[in-house]
Design a protein around this ligand. Structure first.
Ligand code: FO1
Length: 326
């Protein structure tokens, strides 16, 4: 079964790991947000890509979700001694990934090819693709003005209220042939429980991606999402506050409304706690699945992935029946 999963960082990586556990090697393609990428200490940093990569390689730090488990921090300590900024922390092993990537970029290799090389080197059996090979930079407008995403997210610890979000460069970017081919071949599209605005938003802003999803849905492949808002709160990070400060509702229904605006989904998995919102979600034309969505360990990632895939297959089958009846 060919599955494409749109994902941001930690939440997306967890569901991707669940999907990889229940699918055969090579069946899963994860299209990752690159709007969080930036340059720091002259290194090209790809946070969401690396979080998905390390999670699928079984080497992610289990506590913070990003970076590599059992890291040492000698380079950061030495940079601090030199008076360099260390608010964005790269572990020593993680720096090796960055040195490899920088050298390949310097040689003119496409980001997509570098991503495929890294996944192969780390023994990842799913395909992890950057959403585009062109630079896209998410920026947020706060009461103090526009900020680069990592400045807001890591340096300022997501404290300022976000009034507006921009995906710089997205209009000039294009979906890669690899992303377009993966979506065209998908039997199911899954939208991970990542930030709707700053993780999935940039992916949808890349010309070609939403169009490819619409095309494959038109051929009967369902697109199903998972709400990362449970009981009105984000499971981690500021997604709830961000939705509210942007004038949207911080709830599973708010997530459904946002995606309905893009006509992105056939179905949305919401948590048992949010069962009362299922009716309103159905009224948006999005089928709700009420299930346990909180992923606390690898087994619960696999259980959610199975539930989401079965849900999608049910939607596809229902469609076939309806089409057959008319
Ligand atoms: N997040 C932090 O909160 N603090 C960090 O110092 C930090 C370093 C870091 C290094 C490499 C990497 O791949 C990710 C890193 N992240 C860090 C996570 C990341 O910046 C955010 O979680 C995402 O951008 C949001 O999806």
């Amino acid at each position: 079964m060919r599955v494409v999963c749109l994902a941001g960082g930690v939440g997306g990586a967890k569901l991707a790991d669940g999907l990889a556990q229940v699918l055969q090697p090579g069946e899963l393609t994860v299209v990752v947000n690159t709007g969080d990428d930036f340059e720091h200490h002259s290194l090209a940093i790809w946070p969401d890509h690396d979080t998905v990569l390390y999670t699928l390689a079984g080497m992610a730090d289990p506590v913070q979700g990003w970076g590599i488990e059992g890291e040492s921090w000698h380079v950061m300590d030495q940079l601090a001694t030199l008076g360099e900024p260390t608010w964005f922390r790269l572990g020593d092993k993680d720096i090796a990934t960055h040195l490899y990537r920088n050298e390949r970029l310097r040689r003119g290799v496409r980001p997509t090819e570098i991503a495929l090389e890294l996944a192969a080197a780390l023994g990842v059996r799913s395909i992890v693709l950057p959403m585009t090979d062109q630079p896209v930079r998410t920026r947020v407008r706060t009461d103090e003005g526009w900020l680069d995403f990592q400045d807001y997210f890591v340096r300022l610890r997501q404290e300022p209220a976000v009034r507006e979000v921009a995906y710089g460069g997205a209009g000039l970017a294009a979906a890669t042939p690899e992303v377009e081919a993966a979506i065209a071949a998908a039997e199911i599209v899954v939208v991970a429980p990542s930030y709707p605005v700053v993780s999935i938003g940039p992916i949808l802003a890349v010309p070609g991606i939403l169009e490819s999803i619409r095309e494959v849905r038109g051929r009967g492949a369902p697109s199903v999402g998972v709400s990362g808002i449970v009981g009105g709160k984000a499971l981690r990070g500021p997604a709830d506050r961000m939705l509210t400060s942007l004038g949207e509702e911080s709830s599973a229904l708010g997530v459904a409304r946002r995606y309905a605006g893009f006509d992105l989904l056939d179905g949305l998995a919401i948590d048992d706690q949010d069962a009362s919102q299922a009716g309103a979600i159905a009224e948006l034309g999005i089928q709700p699945l009420v299930t346990a969505t909180v992923m606390t360990n690898r087994a619960s990632r696999a259980a959610l992935a199975s539930a989401v895939l079965e849900f999608a297959i049910g939607i596809a089958t229902g469609r076939t029946t309806e089409a057959g009846a008319t």
